[in-house]
Design a protein around this ligand. Structure first.
Ligand SMILES: NC(=O)c1ccc[n+]([C@@H]2O[C@H](COP(=O)([O-])OP(=O)(O)OC[C@H]3O[C@@H](n4cnc5c(N)ncnc54)[C@H](OP(=O)(O)O)[C@@H]3O)[C@@H](O)[C@H]2O)c1
Length: 319
């Protein structure tokens, strides 16, 4: 006869299975799995191109550097041509062994509406783009509530974080499908943990990142169902705090706030891992586990509010 103790033991093992699976999958993704970024190096003789928006600073610039190091030609986007030219020179100086790589760029204010996206990408449509990082984005630490912001300010925030990536991607799609005939193509939307926890005074930014996460799933399904799969896939990158000197109040580097360079290596190492949502940096993945599965909303909201209060105060002091 099965004793109560044995039944409890079986029950305990059953309960532990999902957690053990999660730990094993964490170790695989962040420790054991080799980077598969080179799978995206396919196509004609000229080589594969990676497009990175918001590439003149922070995570975008560091990601562009890692992509160049890994053998990709680059199409970069920024809003300031002089700064962009300096970035291209810096990339060339840092990686002289990649002198044959083609590095191109385009300039557009992503927070403005009314772009002609077809015209914007016209110079690049014949290039074999296999990786796209819709990285441009950002919030402000003004501390204003929705009704204290102008309508124009709200439009600019939504354009920058949601609509610019959406319409740029729409214009690129036919060419990405063409390129996927010779190998995999991956589109990445750079998101934020703020999209999950929506702290006070960041509602519009958080909602725009939530939009990107939903868009990732929907567009990935578009490419998979009803017709033959096209080979274009999507990933939402869940980003926690990352140090960027470009910010009004840069966060100090720590275990939970990596440099943009460390973070970019995480992005490259996770490329093509097959997940629709992934935290490129392992500490952010652990933090998300606690946010989503362990802590209650009340505790998260209190902590998010305290963090925002300190960020707004630092930004007002001009630190
Ligand atoms: N860093 C973090 O803690 C963190 C956390 C969560 C999510 N993220 C997300 O990660 C992405 C990159 O953030 P980051 O911290 O690396 O930002 P960053 O250092 O401020 O760099 C942002 C890049 O986007 C460009 N940019 C900003 N506004 C633009 C506009 N209106 N038009 C065109 N380009 C514009 C910047 O150009 P300039 O060089 O001219 O300024 C720069 O190249 C964003 O989507 C952000 O939401 C970051």
């Amino acid at each position: 006869m099965v004793s109560t103790v044995n039944m409890l033991a079986v029950f305990g093992v059953l309960l532990a299975i999902p957690h053990l699976y999660r730990i094993a999958s964490f170790v695989w993704l962040y420790v054991l799995r080799p980077s598969s970024v080179k799978r995206f190096l396919h196509g004609p003789k000229g080589g594969a191109y990676a497009m990175v928006t918001g590439a003149t600073d922070g995570i975008g610039k560091a990601t562009a550097t890692e992509l160049l190091r890994n053998g990709f030609n680059l199409i970069l986007h920024g809003r300031n041509e002089a700064k962009m030219q300096k970035v291209v020179e810096e990339l060339r100086a840092r990686l002289p062994e990649k002198e044959d790589a083609d590095v191109r760029y385009f300039i557009a204010d992503a927070s403005a509406g009314g772009h002609d996206f077809a015209k914007m990408i016209e110079p690049f449509k014949d290039l074999h783009i296999t990786l796209v990082y819709h990285n441009v984005g950002g919030s402000d630490t003004s501390g204003l509530k929705l009704d204290e912001r102008t309508e124009e300010d709200v439009h600019r925030m939504v354009n920058l974080n949601a609509l610019f990536p959406l319409f740029l991607n729409r214009a690129l799609l036919p060419y990405l499908r063409r390129n996927a005939k010779s190998g995999p193509v991956l589109v990445n939307f750079v998101g934020s943990i703020a999209g999950d926890i929506a702290p006070p005074r960041l509602a519009v930014y958080a909602a725009s990142k939530g939009f990107l996460e939903s868009l990732t799933r929907g567009l990935d399904n578009d490419e998979l169902f009803f017709d033959d799969p096209t080979g274009v896939r999507y990933t939402y990158l869940a980003v926690g705090a990352v140090n960027s000197e470009n910010h009004e109040a840069p966060m100090a580097v720590s275990l939970s706030t990596p440099t943009s360079e460390t973070f970019a290596r995480g992005i490259i190492n996770r490329a093509g891992c097959g997940r629709r949502r992934v935290a490129p940096y392992w500490v952010h993945a652990v933090m998300q586990y606690f946010l989503q599965d362990v802590l209650g909303d009340g505790m998260i909201d209190e902590a998010g509010a305290a963090e925002m209060k300190s960020l707004i105060a630092r930004s007002k002091k001009g630190e």
